[in-house]
Design a protein around this ligand. Sequence first.
Ligand code: COA
Length: 460
Amino acid sequence: MATIEVKVPDIGEFRDVEVIEVLVKPGDRIAPEQSLITVESDKASMEIPAPLGGVVVAMKVALGDKVSRGSLLMDLEVSEAGEAAPPPAGGAAVAGGSAPADAVAAGAPAGARVAFDAAPAADVGEAPAVPAADAVGRSVAAPLPAGAADAASDAVVQPHASPSVRRFARELGVDLSRVRGSGPKQRILHDDVRAWVKALAARADDPGSTGGAPGVLAGLPPWPQVDFAKFGPVEARPLSRIRKLSAANLHRNWVAIPHVSQHEDADVTDLESLRTQLNRENEGEGAKLTMLAFLVKACVSALKKFPEFNASLDGDTLVLKRYYHVGFAADTPNGLVVPVIRDADRKGVLEIARESAELAAKARAGKLMPSDMQGGTFSISSLGGIGGTYFTPIINAPEVAILGVCRAARRPVWDGSSFQPRLVLPMSLSYDHRVIDGAAAARFNAWLAQLLADFRRAML
Ligand code: COA
C-alpha cells in the first residue's frame, strides 16, 4: 500500500477556480477516472478525475476553495499492484516527472507519498468537450485550449450545471433546460434535479392537481400560492368526485391533443319550424323533439361522409369505426358528464330525443352507469339552451373531434336581393389536427350546415 497525493493537473487557463462540488469523501473506495471534484471558471466547469483507483485517506479541498494547477486535492491510498488508469499518452502532466501507474507499480516504498496530477474532464455543454475517459487515457498532455471552453459555451447556450449533474440528469432522462438552478448564478445542483423529478412524480400521481401536467408544465414557476382570505371573505368548496375526474381528463386532452376549432353558421330556420310543428302535433305523446336530437342525426350523416372524424389514433394507426355512438355533454350539479347514444345511425330522431332526455335525467340524478358513458365515437356539446355564440370545445379522447353549438338566433341574412330574418345556429368544431386537416374540417362543417339547412339531405 502507498499513500499518494493527488494534485490538480494542468487545467489550461483555469486559475484560482472555485471548487463547486466535492464528489468523494474520506473512506470512499474510488475507481481510476472517477470524478473527484468539479471546478468552475466564469464560463465552464470541469471535473478532475482520479488518476488511480484506491481509498480516499483525506480530502484537502472543500467546497468554495480556490484551486489552480498543483493544488493538493487529496491523499489517496493505492495498492501497489496498482488500480491505475492507463498511463496518459504523451506522458505529461505528472508532477515530479514520473508516470503515476509506473511509480506505484514499480514499488514505491510503503507509506511513500507520491504526488500525481489528475487529469481534467471539461464540460462546456451538454456533452463534455473532453470525455473523462479520453482526458485520462489520451489527452492529459493536452491542456484545455484557452478560449475553447468560452467559444463552445458561447456557441450553444446550455443550462448551467456541472458535468456530474449533467450525467446525473442524463441517467434520469431529465432535460436540464427545464430545471431551475438554485446554486450560485442559477447553477443547477444535484438537489435541483432530484427536486424536479420528485415534483414530476408527485404530479403524475395526482394528475388532477391544479396547475400540474406531467412533462408539460414541469419547469414552469410553481403555481401561485395566495392567501385569498387576506384580500376578502372566502369559502372553500371541495371539488366533487366527478369534477375532479373530468378536470383530469379535460386537462390531459387539452395538453395532449393539438386542437383547432373551426366555426360555421347553419341556417336552421326550416328545421326549427319542422321541430316545433312536430312537437305541436305530438304534444303529450312522449319525448319532445330537441335540436340536440337533430344534431346527433346530422352528425352521423357527416361522420359517414367523413370517416376520419369517427376514428381514434392508435400509435401510428388511425382506427376508423364503423359504428356511430354519439356522446353529448350534460351539465349536472356535480359537473360535466358525457352519456353516449349508441348506434345513433340506426335510430330515428324521435328515438334519439327520447333516449337523450332519459340519459340527461339520469345524469342529473347522478345515476349514470359507466356503460352509459362508454364507447363514444364523436361528441356534441350543446350550450343552445343557455346562450353564447362560439366556443372551443375540448375533444373527448380518444375521439378526434367534437361539435359545440350555441344558441340559435335570428339574424339578417342576405339572400341575393334582400336581407331575410333567418334563425342561425353557431357551430364550433374542434378537431385533432394530427388526424384531421383544416380543409377536411371546413368541408365537414359546410356539409353539416347544408344538412341542417335542408334536413331532407339526411336521407341521402
Ligand atoms: N338554439 C336555441 N335554442 C335552443 C338550442 C339552440 N341551439 N338548444 C336548445 N334550445 C332551447 C330548447 O329548445 C329549449 O327551449 P324550450 O324549453 O322552449 O323548448 C331550451 O333551449 C332548453 O334546452 P336544453 O335543456 O338545453 O335541452 P337540449 O335537449 O337542447 O339539451 C342537454 C340537453 C343535456 C345537452 C343540455 O341540457 C345540457 O346539459 N347542455 C349543457 C352542455 C354543456 O355543459 N356543455 C359544455 C361542455 S364544455
